[in-house]
Design a protein around this ligand. Structure first.
Ligand SMILES: [Zn+2]
Length: 223
């Protein structure tokens, strides 16, 4: 006889009762971002760069809210959800990359934040997204590498700078690569929450390429 519930379901329903979660879009109980609301988020239409792709349009109020909650209200679990959506959204691009790497793993690098900021926030939001992105993939496809690129200089948030040239200047030389040898010949995906002009991701692409990376693309949740 099959029991109607297994222990995991019982545990989950107990957690739901103790700590109910509600959709940030429509307040329905049980999910942080329900399927209906997710499907209504406006998709990004503007391409920043050939190598940088974004999923959602940052002007959509719901995605703005989700990212805000992730970054400033300690809802780190939202990163997991966004990462999962990012994986599903870019599935085709990932499949093409898989052919290209012929059996080797693809490195996944979250855009780093400074140590100071990590201390204040408690986590790097791009890392939570990157973890959520790697999680649904079959084993061996991705390798999360969050200690290769380091942010050595604190900068003004890119969103606060309106001039494009200033934005590009703002990120120049702020990252550093550690153990650069391991990226040689590798295919790499950079993960970020929001990309504005693509300046931050471009800067990291430049560094990785300089160290011999074969191909590097950036996936951002919103643009
Ligand atoms: Zn909803």
């Amino acid at each position: 006889m099959k029991l109607p519930f297994n222990s995991l379901q019982i545990k989950n329903s107990l957690l739901d009762t103790l700590f109910p979660i509600y959709c940030l879009g429509c307040s329905v109980k049980g999910e942080i971002l329900c399927r209906d609301c997710t499907q209504k988020i406006r998709l990004a239409e503007r391409e920043t760069d050939r190598n940088i792709l974004a999923m959602f349009d940052y002007r959509d109020p719901l995605i703005k809210k989700v990212i805000w909650e992730l970054k400033y209200h300690h809802k780190r679990y939202l990163g997991g959800k966004l990462g999962q959506l990012l994986y599903e959204f870019f599935m085709e691009d990932i499949s093409e990359m898989k052919i290209d790497v012929s059996g080797r793993s693809i490195f996944v690098i979250p855009v780093p934040i400074s140590n100071k900021k990590t201390k204040i926030r408690g986590y790097n939001q791009a890392l939570t997204i990157a973890k959520g992105f790697c999680h649904p993939a079959p084993a061996g496809i991705f390798e999360l590498k969050d200690k290769i690129i380091i942010k050595k200089i604190e900068t003004l948030p890119q969103a606060r700078i309106t001039n494009r040239q200033q934005r590009l200047k703002n990120v120049r030389g702020i990252f550093e690569i550690k153990n650069g040898d391991i990226v040689k010949g590798r295919t790499i995906i950079i993960i970020d929450d929001v990309t504005t002009t693509g300046g931050t991701i471009s800067e990291i692409i430049k560094i990785l390429k300089k160290s011999g990376a074969k191909s590097v693309v950036g996936f951002a949740v919103a643009h």
